[in-house]
Design a protein around this ligand. Structure first.
Ligand SMILES: [Zn+2]
Length: 156
């Protein structure tokens, strides 16, 4: 689990998820958390290895989604500490938009997770104030299995 997480950092840590590139080679059935990545990002920022602009560059589409369908995380932005982080979920799969779809409600997300076709879900934390964004976790759902892993709240 630890090594898989680290192997995923390079690819998923960038904005590849925005392109809807489903990587079927990594058959992840459980939720993969990226809290480690976030901690290392923030540590790099604190030590001056990276600049605020490097991690506060959320795509306009992502910011729009955050404002429209972002869900409260009850957590302040770790970068600016001025705004609450919101979470946006992108779901990719067959017969879904190439750029993924953003469920507006928990019920919509559950419906997507129960599709007959497998789906890949990405939860992104966004600050609409300073534009910090971070891939919080990803998971697979849908498909043939009736008993599927359910996304749990991360970083609680
Ligand atoms: Zn912020």
């Amino acid at each position: 689990m630890e090594s898989r997480e680290i192997r995923d950092i390079g690819e998923a840590g960038s904005l590849n998820f925005m392109k809807g590139k489903g990587r079927s080679t990594t058959a992840v059935s459980a939720v993969v958390e990226f809290g480690l990545v976030r901690r290392s990002l923030l540590a790099s920022l604190a030590s001056g290895q990276i600049q605020k602009d490097d991690i506060c560059d959320a795509h306009p589409e992502l910011l729009r989604a955050a404002k429209n369908v972002g869900r409260s995380t009850k957590e302040n932005c770790p970068v600016c500490d001025e705004n609450e982080l919101v979470e946006v979920t992108y779901v990719f799969g067959a017969r879904l938009p190439a750029g993924g779809t953003c469920p507006h409600t928990r019920a919509e997300l559950l419906a997507l997770e129960r599709r007959a076709d497998p789906v890949l879900c990405y939860a992104v934390e966004v600050c609409t104030q300073c534009h910090f964004h971070h891939l919080a976790r990803k998971w697979q759902a849908g498909g043939m299995k009736s008993a599927k892993p359910v996304a749990k709240k991360a970083n609680q």
